[in-house]
Ligand binder design. Sequence first.
Ligand code: ZN
Length: 369
Amino acid sequence: MKAINKRGGVSIVLISTLYSMSVFSSEPSVQDPYIEGFKAYAEEVKSYSNDLNHSLLSYVDEVKKAEKQVGYIGKALPIPKATKVTDGVYTVVGSMIWHNPSNFGLNNNLSFIIFEDGVFVFNAGANAALAYSLHQQIKAITDKPVKWVAVENNQGHAYLGASYWVDVGVKNLYSSQAANDQFDAGFERTKQEWSERVGKNITLSARNVSDQFTTFEDKMVIEVGGGEKVYLYDFGPGHTPASTTLYIPSRKVFFTGDLGFNERMPVFFKYTDSKGWIESYEAMMAKIPEDTIIVPGHGTPTDMATLKRQTYDYLVYLHTQIEKIVEEGGGLEEALTLDQSMYQERPVFEQAAQNNVKHVYNEISGGDF
Ligand SMILES: [Zn+2]
């Protein structure tokens, strides 16, 4: 018993065991499972050691304090290593399929750029565990602190990890005004959905920090040191009603957010405005030079021509073809026979193709969807 009483060795082993169990289990729990586990252990030992009970309880308090300060306590998740895009620009390419427990909700791209004054993170991640894991990769590359965080839109995988970045001291957070309002309004629903799909234990600690964000309408410029500037643009509705894209002319790199899908099929949700997406994409092409390196919202980094083929040309193809069918008096049945076989190698083709046709058909014909 004495050995356990000395805080250190034994309790550290217990901590990591408890935590690694909680990260990977899908048991529902509203409380932090790590702290709850320790409280239960304190209760259990009460009968045979008052000392140990007290030391465990004070440990719980310490951990609560520490957890708040560092944003997350636990193991780094086994996520892919960041790919170097260009000088000082990195991205962790997320899974190309739906968010689920095996990818921890990492099914979009999480990126960071090292500037003279600090590190700029693009996308907060779907939860604190992911944000922490990304942070560990940043720390392995640079000693500079994370100074800025921007999120591509109001979706869970862009935004729910934001409270981690606030906890570790990031003061400059950015989002398009409309996306920030949408995230704020839908926070509980978004958190619920992502905790059910990805795992309650890594999601439920997310807090609504939308009031800490600096927002913009169309454009915002941020000075990042060394004479470099980051341009944030919201080119308008598309995959989501509003979005934040990030252009860094000095590195010739542009982060499209969900305006751009590379390998993965563009997917449409209820709130997707596919016609608006085409127009927003055109506004983006008018602003961003053709020789810019692209980090898309989904898929690997690429060039403007490839991204246009993978996103814009696909959207235009759907619209032109389905408009023709509707004009000729064709119904949904006919629209659903539209040939999309040239895209069948793309991830999530099966789940997206027919649904996309229905969505565009309903947009054009004014039907419900
Ligand atoms: Zn997304």
